[in-house]
Write a protein that binds this ligand. Structure first.
Ligand code: CDP
Ligand code: CDP
Length: 210
């Protein structure tokens, strides 16, 4: 029987870092679903106009190589991701792959915005990871700077707030905490503590399920 962990939350809350550590700890497969939207968004960057049909076509044609590019983590690609993510036909194209992934026999952890609400409403564990705007913007700024990025803290913060607002306000699969998700506020947590906290929740659920 598979075991599914759904991790959602706003930008740079620590979802990816926690998911990777959880996957390594339990031997689960990990899918960063944001990469799917980033890969589609990146392909739209040069386009003069963007129709929903075109964006959905780009989503349908995604290949594993598209997800491995090292230029998907920029502020511009994140903004483009958020634009295509609001289009229902794009989300529909990406749904089946994510659902199938979540049922991997080895267990799976998926992180994104709608994992606990839409992709895996029956997940065994749901976490909604968050942190204050200021701390998330600073963490993302440091991360980008360490990779050679030149965006100012103010620009990173403005883009992150704008993206969270778009993601929370859209009609289709908005970012929101599932009713049965556990809130993990990492504002005052170093990453190791956040990871340990997620692992404890999962262990407890596994024990409860026998
Ligand atoms: O996946 P998501 O965008 O939610 O966040 P992430 O990429 O896992 O984390 C963004 C950055 O914040 C990374 O550099 C993490 O190492 C860092 N972070 C941290 O320093 N402390 C935390 N409690 C959570 C994340
Ligand atoms: O790492 P960070 O939290 O900054 O972003 P991400 O998880 O890579 O997601 C990039 C964008 O993709 C988000 O701002 C959302 O618009 C979109 N996304 C989504 O709509 N649904 C998901 N399950 C994952 C990402």
């Amino acid at each position: 029987m598979s075991f599914t962990v759904a991790i959602d939350g706003p930008a740079a809350a620590g979802k990816g870092t926690i998911s990777k550590a959880v996957a390594a700890h339990f031997g689960f497969a990990h899918l960063d679903t944001g990469l799917l939207y980033r890969a589609v968004g990146r392909k739209t960057l040069g386009l003069e106009t963007l129709s929903e049909t075109t964006a959905a076509q780009l989503a349908a044609e995604l290949t594993p190589t598209d997800l491995e590019r090292d230029d998907l983590r920029t502020v511009e690609v994140a903004q483009a991701a958020s634009r295509v993510a609001a289009l229902p036909a794009v989300r529909q194209e990406l749904l089946a792959f994510q659902r199938a992934f979540s049922k991997r026999p080895m267990g799976a952890v998926l992180d994104g915005r709608d994992i606990g609400t839409v992709i895996c409403p029956d997940a065994d564990v749901k976490l909604f990871v968050t942190a204050s705007d200021e701390i998330r913007a600073r963490r993302r700024y440091e991360e980008l700077k360490n990779k050679g990025g030149r965006d100012s803290l103010a620009h990173v913060m403005a883009a992150l707030k704008q993206r969270d607002a778009n993601d929370a306000a859209r009609d289709v699969a908005p970012m929101e905490q599932a009713a049965d998700a556990i809130l993990l506020d990492t504002t005052n947590m170093v990453i190791d503590v956040a990871v340990q906290s997620a692992i404890s929740v999962i262990k407890k659920r596994m024990q409860d399920q026998g």
